[in-house]
Each structure stands twice: as C-alpha cells, then as structure tokens.
Design a protein around this ligand. Structure first.
Ligand SMILES: Nc1nc2c(ncn2[C@@H]2O[C@H](COP(=O)(O)OP(=O)(O)O[C@H]3O[C@H](CO)[C@@H](O)[C@H](O)[C@@H]3O)[C@@H](O)[C@H]2O)c(=O)[nH]1
Length: 241
C-alpha cells in the first residue's frame, strides 16, 4: 500500500474517536491519520493524544481554535498532506458511520492507478444506509437528484464524505478556490475533480447512522449546498470555475 493519509475532521467526537483511530491503526503501517480538531469542548483532542502515544509516527493532530467548518478543516488537512509524501489522501467521518475496514477498497483502485478518486457511495446498486431517519435520507437523496440535475455530474453520491484521492487531484485543484465550508465542500470537490477531467469511480459502501454524538447538519449548511450548485454551474458556464 502506498503512503496514505486519512483525514478526520472532528468537532465533539469524543465518544468515537478512540475506536476509530484504533481500527485505522489495524490497517497496514503505510496508513497514517491526521485529525483536524476545532477545539472540541468535549476533549476529543485529549483522546487523540492518548492514542497517539501508542502510534506516535502514524497519528497526527492539528488543533485549531473554534469551530471553523468542515470545508475549512479539510482544506487544512489537504495542505498538510501535500506538504508531505502521501500518494493517497482519504476522507472519513469520525463518528463510525463510515466503516474503516472499507478504506483498503477505496485506496486500492487509486494505488493501482485505475482511478484518481474513489468515492464510497451509498447510492449505487440500491440505497445502502442503515438507521438514518427517513427525513434525513430523503434530504440526502433529494439533494443528490437536485445537484445532478443542475450540475450534470455523473456521480450518484454527490455529498459522500468517505473517499480516496490520488494526490495529483488536490495538487491540480487550487484549494484556495474551493470555498464551501459545510457539506457543500464535498459537492464542490467532486464537481471540480470531474470538470478537471480526472477519473472517478464509485465503490459501494454501507453508511450506518452514528449511535453516539450529534450530526453538525444545520439549515445554514443546507442553504449553502443549495446555492453552491448554481454558483458552480454558472462559474463553469462562463469559464471561471
Ligand atoms: N474540524 C471540524 N470538523 C467538523 C466540523 N463540522 C463537522 N465536522 C466533522 O465532520 C464529520 C462529518 O460531520 P457530521 O455532522 O457527522 O456529518 P453527518 O451529518 O453525519 O454527515 C453525513 O452527510 C454529509 C452530507 O451528506 C456528508 O458530507 C458526510 O460525510 C456524512 O455522510 C464529523 O467527523 C464531524 O465531527 C467543523 O466545523 N470542524
């Protein structure tokens, strides 16, 4: 497996972060983790430091002051990865809704140069979501239909947060231009990756609703995603993506 960095943004994920890190550490040694924590009041960073004492060379912690958004956390994570020698750069949620055992299935096609971005998809070959309340499932699935209708992006799970990029993708994309901060960050990265001509593959995964902690979904995040797709489409149309 090539040098791989798994980015984990966290805000109040003390209930699950230790288990997540321990499970990722069961993967081959080439897989490292960067947790980007936004000063979680529940002490998430202390727990990361605790697991880090066991794996000092594989776990990294970036501590930021105050909640600055998912997109901002990922931008910082990608910069960290690109300053170092990682070939594969993955994203995963901290709440165990994504199964860390699926990481090799996302890393392998990228490592074998069969694709530039492997997306862990909930919506190919049916709907693979466990325990999501119906309104949340309808919102996520509906957001996908809306986004695809406006952007024409050939991706089923447009808001997926579980994926693996080859480093050539974020190297090519100008991260300073990716301004979305909520879950729209995921849509914007997919759109820019696709429009830049990179290869994208969706890999079926099962998404299980978190049993601990709370989602950071908010009306502001939904609003941002709703107008962002129009902005991306229009920018692309006038050649100023
Ligand atoms: N550092 C940091 N991390 C954050 C912030 N906001 C959220 N996170 C972290 O980002 C991850 C995802 O946030 P959740 O709030 O758990 O997301 P969700 O509602 O379960 O979201 C699901 O749907 C989204 C939209 O479709 C997906 O983008 C996401 O991957 C997941 O599938 C979690 O690890 C959470 O701690 C923030 O402001 N700062």
């Amino acid at each position: 497996m090539p040098p791989t960095l798994v980015l984990v943004p966290t805000y109040n994920e003390a209930a699950t972060i230790e288990v997540l890190l321990t499970r990722i550490m069961e993967l081959p040694d080439a897989v490292h983790v960067l947790v980007i924590d936004d000063g979680s009041p529940d002490g998430t960073a202390d727990l990361v430091r605790k697991v880090k004492t066991v794996h000092p060379n594989r776990i990294f912690l970036l501590e930021r002051s105050g909640k600055q958004g998912l997109g901002s956390a990922y931008r910082a994570g990608f910069r960290f990865a690109l300053e170092r020698d990682y070939t594969c750069i993955c994203e995963i949620d901290a709440d165990l809704s994504h199964d860390p055992d699926d990481l090799p299935r996302l890393i392998e096609p990228v490592a074998a140069d069969k694709t530039d971005l492997a997306i862990g998809s909930r919506y190919i070959g049916g709907v693979r979501v466990i325990d999501w309340p119906l309104p949340r499932l309808v919102l996520s699935y509906g957001a996908g239909m809306y986004t695809r209708a406006i952007t024409r992006m050939p991706i089923k799970d447009v808001t997926a947060g579980f994926k693996c990029f080859h480093r050539r993708v974020p190297t090519h994309l100008d991260l300073d231009r990716v301004r979305s901060n909520g879950y729209a960050f995921q849509v914007e990265m997919h759109f820019r990756t696709w429009r830049a001509g990179f290869r994208i593959q969706e890999v079926p995964v099962i998404f299980t609703e978190r049993s601990e902690g709370q989602s950071k979904m908010s009306k502001a995040i939904v609003r941002e995603a709703a107008w962002k797709v129009w902005e991306l489409r229009l920018r692309d149309w006038v050649g100023r993506l």
